[in-house]
Design a binder for this molecule. Structure first.
Ligand code: ZN
Ligand code: ZN
Length: 258
């Protein structure tokens, strides 16, 4: 019997929740205050461009996560999704928010109103990087203006309030960017990293083993090429039972702290 391979759905579902959209608009409002501190036109132009790029990425990233096409009735050897009735390639997960299977599922993102998966993880990281730089620039502009401002008490208070409010998304974005950079360097997804014990193909894998890791350069190169093919990538585990287990600070022959 010929093996069929699930392909990507052409359906694009992006429904950004109104709460997330409101938070984005509020953030853009704070940013526009920062943009009003025109220290130099070059910085102003860079900051404005980054805001436009990050907002455009926020709107478009959720359109193509890598939903699998339903209707294929025979995918030999693959685990089946009972909801979509489709064979799931390794690292695929059904998203109950999107009601579809997502190849190389990472997580369902509240901020873009869709999943992050095989086809849009790279774009998601670019969005995080653009946001990290633009918020850092916002804070730099505001703090520089606060420190150099004289005899403008009301404006100074406004800038201080904006700086405090912007420090929350700044922290969130920097933490998320660092976390996703770590995941990419170790060839993991958020789902695999946080739900390791409940994932069948990871349950018997030692804590210190990243099952799909091909080394730092291999992992980054693979990530850059992710989502370019029209069928989900067939993942090959890089470790099997009996292979040497790398040393882990958390779980080794002498102690176990997890
Ligand atoms: Zn499904
Ligand atoms: Zn989803």
């Amino acid at each position: 019997m010929e093996q069929q391979t699930p392909t990507f759905s052409s359906l694009s579902r992006t429904r950004i929740p109104s709460e997330a959209l409101s938070a984005w608009v509020f953030y853009l409002g704070l940013s526009s205050v920062a943009l009003s501190c025109v220290i130099s036109w070059e910085l102003f132009a860079i900051s404005l461009l980054l805001h436009l790029v990050s907002f455009w990425l926020m709107v478009t990233t959720g359109r193509t996560p890598g939903y699998l096409k339903t209707g294929s009735d025979d995918e030999a050897g693959l685990r089946r999704c009972e909801v979509c009735n489709i064979g799931q390639p390794l690292r695929t997960k059904h998203c109950h928010d999107c009601k579809q299977c997502v190849a190389t599922f990472d997580h369902h993102c509240f901020w873009i109103g869709a999943c992050v998966g095989e086809k849009n993880h790279r774009r998601f990281l670019i969005m995080l990087l653009a946001l990290s730089v633009s918020i850092t620039l916002d804070l730099t502009l505001l703090i520089t203006d606060i420190l150099t401002m004289e005899n403008k008490r009301f404006l100074k208070i406004l800038y201080i309030v904006c700086s405090v409010l912007l420090s929350f998304p700044a922290l969130l974005t920097l933490v998320l960017t660092s976390y996703h950079t770590y995941l990419i360097c170790t060839a993991q997804t958020t789902w695999e990293n946080l739900s390791r014990l409940s994932i069948t193909y990871l349950q018997d894998v030692p804590f210190s083993v990243c099952l799909f890791s091909k080394g730092l350069i291999g992992n980054v190169a693979e990530f850059i090429n992710r989502g370019t093919s029209e069928v989900p990538f067939r993942w090959e585990p890089q470790w099997k039972v009996g292979d040497p287990v790398p040393f882990s600070l958390c779980d080794n022959d002498y102690w176990n702290c997890c």
